[in-house]
Design a binder for this molecule. Structure first.
Ligand code: AMP
Length: 194
């Protein structure tokens, strides 16, 4: 596996209802900074996104935000970031975040987080990349997500090996070991039904 020097984290622009979500963001932010890994994220200064970025910076780490012009004000783009990349639209944002990152982590978040996570998983299913993807199931938030993917496989809308496209962990301490142990995607996830 390629060494991880830059990690993209998808997470909510709101705080959510359980303290466990922000706690996980703080713990993950500390770990990212201590390991000298650059954080790539959506550039916003609010919600779980803001907690994560501010923690990494407070711990001496580096942060690259990628934000479209039209969201800059909505998500209070943070001028304190190491680097803020302004892009034209959501597609450019997701492509840029993908290009800059050696792996992906999903913390609790809303519809945008879900969209970003499913997109990076489906790109892997389509064999467009083989970068590790870890879903941090803080407070059990992503249990329904896990269940949905199990249902998709159970109902034969994806090969069983699709479950290996990402790893679900319960604690921030498990994130980096899971990134290192992520299996290579199998060709069968793409070719099974062709
Ligand atoms: P949310 O999880 O909805 O709080 O959003 C988290 C991040 O995803 C924010 O930076 C949003 O700008 C972004 N986002 C929201 N909706 C979408 C979408 N449809 N596609 C991609 N990203 C989105």
């Amino acid at each position: 596996m390629t060494e991880i020097s830059s990690l993209c984290v998808f997470c909510g622009s709101k705080m959510g209802a359980d303290e466990a979500y922000a706690d996980a963001a703080r713990a993950l932010g500390r770990e990212i900074a201590q390991r000298g890994v650059n954080l790539v994220y959506g550039g916003g200064g609010i919600g779980i996104m803001g907690i994560l970025a501010h923690t990494v910076l407070a711990e001496g780490g580096t942060v690259t935000g990628v934000i479209p012009h039209f969201i800059m004000e909505l998500e209070v783009g943070d001028p304190g970031l190491t680097e803020l990349i302004l892009v034209d639209n959501m597609h450019d944002r997701k492509r840029k975040m993908f290009e800059l990152s050696d792996g992906f982590i999903t913390l609790p978040g809303g519809l945008g987080t879900l969209d970003e996570t499913f997109e990076i998983i489906t790109w892997k299913q389509l064999r467009q990349h083989s970068k590790p993807i870890v879903v941090l199931n803080a407070g059990g938030y992503w249990d329904p997500f896990k269940g949905m993917v199990e249902k998709i496989i159970d109902q034969d809308f994806a090969h069983a090996a699709a479950a290996e496209l990402f790893t679900v962990v319960d604690t921030p301490a498990e994130v980096f070991p899971a990134l290192a142990d992520a299996p290579e995607p199998q060709d069968v996830v793409l070719t099974d039904h062709l």
